[in-house]
Ligand binder design. Sequence first.
Ligand code: IPE
Ligand code: IPE
Ligand code: MG
Length: 248
Amino acid sequence: MAWFNLKKSKVLLRPDFEHLPAHVAFIMDGNGRWAKKRRLPRSAGHQKGAQVFRDMVRYCKDIGIKYMTVYAFSTENWKRPQQEVDSIMDLLRSYLKDAFDYREEEVRVKILGDKAPLAPDIIALIDKLEADSAQYDKMILNIALNYGGRAEIMQAVQQIAGEVAAGRLTPEQVDETVLEEHLYTAGQPDPDLIIRPSGEQRLSNFLMWQSAYSELVFMDVLWPDFRRHHLDRALLEYQNRNRRFGGV
Ligand code: IPE
Ligand code: IPE
Ligand code: MG
């Protein structure tokens, strides 16, 4: 990690909580390895990971993050053994049912991804939670579920092509704004910071469009071991970087 930046006059030694990034995204990775290290079934890693997720939601909201996005299940994760997929879906069920938590915390929950292939009871829980929490605005929590960045762009392109075919849009009118309006994240700012624990250094099809100018922080900790001080460290790293967006 770069702890200082020569181009900046001031090097922060602790995060400045008055100037936090608006949108922080997490690739919650490393559950399986965490379990393996303890000779536990992979499902135990997911269970611990779900606890960490809950605490991180609370922390992000408390420090004043406005948008939080987590990668919970990718379009590629269906390749895993059925038993593991089932255990993840069960954790999801219990989380979605626990709607009282969000009401208490004034967090608006949105699911990013294609809901159609999910079990009907999960779809119903999602619809209820999205509707129930729609009145809250303290923080928007996006849960990427059956999410793939390429699939997201594809479905946007299909919808736009349909509108062009129907004569509601001309090809020239299709610009970045139109495309963004058809993404799952429509109306939200792009992530400023994407954090990936577990030691892997890749995006794995997460927010392919939205990550164009995101700062990426890769950390060696496994997600079930991720704690508030790890987020503080990532925020500090972010604040000591120099975002240029192509300018000088
Ligand atoms: C992330 O942890 C959780 C999901 C992808 C659902 P992993 O299960 O990928 O953990 P590792 O990468 O195998 O350690
Ligand atoms: C990315 O992790 C998806 C989630 C964290 C939900 P993976 O474990 O699926 O990614 P790869 O396979 O290491 O790229
Ligand atoms: Mg993984």
